[in-house]
Design a protein around this ligand. Structure first.
Ligand code: ZN
Ligand code: FE
Length: 268
């Protein structure tokens, strides 16, 4: 278990399954679990913290994000919060929410964003911290990558990614992102081979390699670094789009460039 202080709350990170991360948001009175892939690591963590689980927050319906829902609800009687749009596919859901809805964990306010693309009902949770905000983005944004488009169009996913970029560009406070899988290193290998070799990407790769060799997570990362390095976010930069589009003889708008990079990643 790794822990990160945001002053008003603490985030605990648990490794699960092959490459999943489960998070516990600890506000003092509330202890909320984001995307319990399985129940066992959450039960152990609650025992270690000597605290009951009060909430489950699901970003989307996939089994590797909701697998622990029912067992944890039976054990702790916790409240399960998930996307209204996907309520029928979220086991044990109690509270159905969408963007703009108010969600409180004890005294901590949680904002909800609709970010469809990976699945049609994917949502994100944002908590304002004192130094850094925390974004829980499930399988939408990864370290140096983004989720596959199982139920959405490239346009939808691009709009969702732009929404996450704006969390950084329109806020004074930096945002740390907590995604649900450890894919950073292979995403950066793809980026270096197929998309961009610029210095920040090389630095990100070297740092990630050192972390992984020590069996440490590369997550959480910062939105700032993703905006600079993530091949799925680079299409937000017009200069990058021009160069990339010319190299691949495609249209140079952000959606066309994003679609091309996402396709290349699928077949890599
Ligand atoms: Zn998923
Ligand atoms: Fe997943």
């Amino acid at each position: 278990m790794w822990s990160y202080q945001h002053q008003r709350f603490t985030v605990h990170q648990l490794a699960a399954l092959a490459d999943n991360y489960i998070y516990l948001i600890d506000t003092g009175a509330a202890l909320a679990c984001v995307d319990p892939a399985e129940a066992a690591p959450v039960i152990s963590a609650c025992a270690e913290l000597a605290r009951p689980l009060t909430h489950i927050l699901n970003t989307h319906h996939h089994w590797d994000h909701t697998g622990g829902n029912l067992e944890l609800k039976t054990r702790f009687g916790c409240t399960i919060v998930g996307a209204a749009h996907d309520a029928a596919r979220i086991p044990g859901i109690d509270k159905k929410i969408s963007e703009g809805d108010d969600l409180q964990l004890d005294k901590q306010h949680v904002s909800v964003l609709d970010i469809p693309g990976h699945t049609s009902g994917h949502i994100a949770f944002v908590l304002a911290g004192e130094k850094n905000n925390a974004l829980f983005c499930g399988d939408t944004l990864f370290g140096a990558g983004c989720g596959r488009l199982f139920e959405g169009t490239p346009e939808q996913m691009w709009q969702s990614l732009e929404k996450l970029i704006r969390l950084d560009t329109e806020n004074k406070t930096d945002t740390d992102f907590y995604c649900a899988h450890e894919y950073t290193l292979s995403n950066l290998e793809f980026c270096l081979k197929k998309v961009s070799k610029h210095t920040p990407v090389n630095e990100y790769y070297a740092w990630s390699l050192t972390r992984r060799n020590k069996q440490l997570p590369t997550i959480p990362g910062t939105l700032k670094r993703e905006i600079q390095c993530n091949p799925m976010l680079l299409p937000a930069q017009a200069d990058f789009c021009k160069t990339y589009a010319a190299e691949h003889t495609i249209a140079d708008d952000a959606v066309s460039v994003f679609t091309h990079i996402r396709e290349a990643r699928n077949h890599w």
